[in-house]
Design a protein around this ligand. Structure first.
Ligand SMILES: [Zn+2]
Length: 388
């Protein structure tokens, strides 16, 4: 186990930011061009450009054609499976499948920390006309895995996240469901990876890089920590998937993926937002279904890479012309680096049954010494934060 980097100070260079949005160069997998513009901004230019950009009407026709093929398969039980959290995005995915004569199975993985408003939002799914299956992994193992992710990887959602992707794939193969509709391709949307025609399907390579954290797949975790792999099967990408007749595609390949668009769609079906912004950002419609583990997960990004959820949201809003870069900076300054509130910490340590001291030790250990510096007054700061 690594020692806490508290006493060290080795800021090699200050963070550099994209000249169009506010993504820092510390974000994993991000690249910048000669103009200092990040690949995610360049991808969004193609998404939003009328001329020589992505032809969205053609993509929508491709989706229509895909649905025709799916229906012609005459699947035994369901035609399409949608993994759902009950958030705005998953409701928009179900919406894209409605009115097409499909039998839809929505699958929610609930690991026991869902909020009341999250439960109400999930009820939108069967109300819309999709069948809903809620799967709850056994708590003792799942809590052990959250704790392992928290302590050993600085990512309490490490295996929850692989399960959210893998379990629906496994179910789709075994129930012989021809289509699985995922939400956004994070590689394309947020890191600018993949060209206009790439990023259509969920492959094993994508899973290992983006669903698992940097290649820490369930198999790797099982071997490293002495957990029988048979217990983690439901968390891992199924070997039989790529040989199966099920196609897993990203909704963001076929429809212009945008949070505000998805929110507007979800609200038509009764989706409820929060009364104020979620902690760590300025939006009131994110992180609703599960606040506690999600918040700690997001805060690790702040510690490791020096930016958080407000940056993600501000970057999307800049790219879609909703706010200026200067206005975005003000929002990020206000929200991005705020400490996790005491009530969320209390809920987190109670869930994992760990002492507060242990929580603080783990967070300290993941504070990146090449990004953060301790001031003479004993406070942590990021030199060059949001400076061009
Ligand atoms: Zn950018």
């Amino acid at each position: 186990m690594l020692a806490a980097p508290r006493a060290r100070s080795r800021i090699e260079s200050e963070m550099k930011y994209c000249t169009q949005c506010l993504l820092p160069d510390s974000k994993p997998y991000i690249t910048f061009d000669a103009q200092g513009v990040c690949a995610a901004c360049r991808v969004h230019e193609r998404k939003n450009r009328a001329e020589e950009g992505i032809d969205w009407p053609a993509r929508a026709r491709d989706f229509d054609a895909l649905i025709e093929k799916v229906r012609a398969r005459r699947a035994p039980l369901y035609d399409a499976l949608v993994p759902v959290s009950g958030g705005k995005d998953s409701i928009s995915q179900v919406h894209r499948l409605l009115g097409r004569g499909l039998r839809i199975l929505a699958v929610n993985v609930d690991y026991g920390v869902k909020t009341d408003v999250g439960r109400r939002n999930l009820e939108c799914i069967p109300r819309m006309g999709a069948n809903l299956l809620v799967y709850t992994p056994a708590w003792p193992l799942h809590r052990q895995l959250i704790r392992l992710g928290f302590e050993e990887y600085g990512d309490p959602d490490l295996l929850s996240h692989t399960m959210l992707h893998a379990f629906p794939l496994r179910l789709a193969v075994n129930l012989r469901i021809p289509l699985l509709l995922h939400g956004e391709n994070a590689a394309f949307e947020y890191s600018g990876e993949g060209g206009t025609s790439a990023g259509q399907t969920l492959t094993r390579a994508w899973f290992e890089k983006y669903a698992a954290n940097a290649g820490n797949t369930p198999k790797v975790v099982a071997e490293k920590h002495g957990i029988p792999y048979s217990e983690l099967i439901a968390y891992d990408y199924p070997d039989e998937f790529e040989k199966s007749d099920t196609l897993a595609v990203f909704c963001s390949h076929y429809y212009h993926w945008d949070s505000e668009t998805n929110l507007a769609i979800a609200q038509r079906y009764g989706f409820e937002t929060l009364s104020g912004p979620a902690e760590g950002t300025y939006r009131n419609y994110v992180g609703i279904d599960e606040r506690v583990i999600h918040r700690v997960h997001q805060y690790f990004k702040v510690l490791k890479f020096g930016y958080g959820r407000a940056t993600d949201h501000a970057c999307e809003d800049i790219r879609n012309g909703r706010i200026t870069r200067e206005a975005a900076k003000a929002l990020v300054r206000e929200h991005d680096l705020v400490d996790i509130s005491e009530d969320l910490i209390a809920a987190f340590i109670a869930h994992l049954d760990i002492p507060r001291r242990r929580f603080d030790e783990v967070l300290d250990r993941y504070r990146n010494p090449s990004i953060w510096r301790r001031t003479a007054a004993g406070r942590w700061e990021i030199p060059g934060h949001l400076q061009d």
